[in-house]
Design a protein around this ligand. Sequence first.
Ligand code: ZN
Length: 83
Amino acid sequence: MKRWLALEKMTGDRQHVGEWAVLQGPRGQSASIICPLCGRLAALLDHSIDRMGYVTPSVRCPYDDCSWHENVQLIGWGDAIQE
Ligand SMILES: [Zn+2]
């Protein structure tokens, strides 16, 4: 069974490691996340996100010196994109 890492939505101006935010991408709404391992920003532009916030395919940190790679669920995604 696939293991999903639950990521919380960013609130206000404070950014915490492992959180996500809505990102307006070239093909519609996407998300950015703060890498839970290295704390740098990653955009999920090449991923699809379903109504429950499940992201496919799995997410890798874009930085070569970071090994983070997980299946993630964006908690609150469905509500966020209706706003
Ligand atoms: Zn990273």
